[in-house]
Design a binder for this molecule. Structure first.
Ligand code: PMT
Length: 405
């Protein structure tokens, strides 16, 4: 088996250390990162220096520990650190730094560096159980995860003061493996061109009414943002106006299935991978009223006609080397119905989700999927945050692209 820490070799890691009793374990994280060949730049908050000495990190790391935004030799240390980092790792991440980061507050060197970096960030929280479980902390973490920040959840165990519960810093060895995994994944889609669709189409009945669906775009955005973070050139074709949390994504706003087809189909030839996560209407009103339909005229008869099937069109045009990923939104016989759609539309990887489950499919932050492969094999995921599921889908895409190369 290859060395799981190989991705750390020669990489520049900013190691943020905050003020908590677990700060002493950051010393071991620092040593392990350096042992694995990483260049480690430690940044200690003022509170951290109450628990551990800057000298300890200066002695172990690749450069002297920094403790202040001002008063040091560099005029703008946060941009220098943030822009030069391959990853920023915060051990332990206290409730305070999590809150500041989630709300864009930069009042010291570490919080300024977190805002100044585009590198992947890993937080390793540690705090008392009551603080860890507080809705404010959990909601801040949801916000940060949504923005693509990685979090290595704390373990359960003995805490400061003899208490026992959730909130104990994850094992330093595990934190280092997580950093290596993140670095290995970052950039593995460089050179690939992705097109991702998100949101639900709206098929007009008249100037104010439409036939739509419950898609929030969360699943599609999570995939587009994760692909961009991993180095792909990404176009996101979306019915949702929201900008992406990652810069550099080419966002194209559409409304109807026909709009989506008009944007996606001509671009397909230039794409390596298309992921159709959008909920595209199958039917639209045959006639769209020019003026708002009047109640006094009685109940209108809306006759429907089929929309263009974008995915099936792409499946028919697919060339060797191109990868087509479809989603199947099902409420019964999920696997069977998804497999039938996969075959009918020429899809290489079908992500089937049961949209009747309250915690999966439309609108919610979580999803659970059956991944169907063209080889006939399949894989079921547990209930995951949509960002985590996006990561798994991209891992499988990378594996498939690797096989084809
Ligand atoms: O946006 P969220 O709130 O996060 O919800 C996520 C989701 C439930 C929308 C997503 O996970 C999902 O299942 N997307 C696909 C929804 C859908 O349209 O499924 P379908 O089984 O009806 O269609 C199968 C595939 O064909 C889909 O990839 C769809 O994009 C595509 N299609 C469908 C009809 C059509 N006219 N053209 C298409 O391209």
């Amino acid at each position: 088996m290859s060395d799981p820490l190989l991705a750390l070799r020669g990489r520049r890691i900013v190691l943020g250390v905050c003020g908590g009793i677990a700060a002493y374990k950051a010393v071991e994280v620092c040593r392990r990162l350096v042992d694995a060949g990483a260049h480690v730049a430690p940044v200690l908050t003022a509170d951290a220096t109450r628990f551990v000495g800057a000298l300890t990190f200066s002695a172990l790391a690749s450069e002297p520990a920094r403790t202040a935004l001002f008063d040091g030799p560099e005029p703008i240390p946060h941009t220098h650190l943030g822009q030069g980092a391959d990853a920023v790792v915060v051990v332990p991440a206290t409730a305070k730094v999590i809150g500041k980061y989630a709300h864009g507050i930069s009042d010291d060197l570490l919080s300024a560096t977190l805002l100044a970096t585009r590198a992947p960030v890993l937080l390793a929280p540690a705090m008392h159980t009551e603080m860890w479980e507080h809705p404010a902390v959990q909601e801040n973490l949801v916000t940060l995860r949504r923005r693509g920040v990685h979090v290595v959840d704390p373990d359960e165990g003995r805490l400061a003061g003899g208490d026992v519960g959730a909130g104990r810093l994850a094992d330093p060895a595990r934190i280092v493996v997580e950093v290596a995994g993140i670095l290995a994944a970052a950039g593995d889609l460089a050179g690939y061109s992705f097109l991702v669709t998100a949101g639900g189409t709206r098929e007009p009945i008249d100037p104010v009414r439409f036939i739509g669906n419950r898609s929030s775009g969360k699943m599609g955005y999570a995939i587009a943002e994760a692909a961009a973070r991993r180095g792909a050139a990404v176009t996101l074709v979306t019915t949702i106006g929201r900008p992406t949390a990652v810069s550099g994504v080419d966002v194209v706003k559409v409304e109807t299935a026909e709009d989506m087809a008009a944007v996606v189909v001509p671009r397909f030839a230039d794409c390596d991978v298309v992921v159709m996560a959008a909920a595209v209407a199958d039917f639209r009103p045959k006639v769209v009223a020019d003026e708002k339909l009047k109640k006094r005229d009685g109940v209108p008869e809306v006759v429907l006609e089929p929309t263009p099937d974008v995915l099936a069109e792409l499946g028919a045009r697919k060339q060797p080397g191109q990868l087509l990923v479809g989603f199947a939104a099902e409420t019964e016989h999920v696997r069977e119905h998804a497999a039938a759609k996969m075959a009918a539309k020429g899809v290489d990887l079908m992500v089937a989700n049961d949209v009747s489950a309250p915690d999966a499919g439309f609108e919610v932050d979580t999803n659970r999927a059956i991944l169907l492969y063209s080889s006939g094999s399949s894989e079921e995921t547990p209930l995951l945050d949509k960002h985590e599921l996006a990561g798994i889908i991209l891992d499988r895409i990378v594996q498939t692209l690797g096989k084809e190369a």
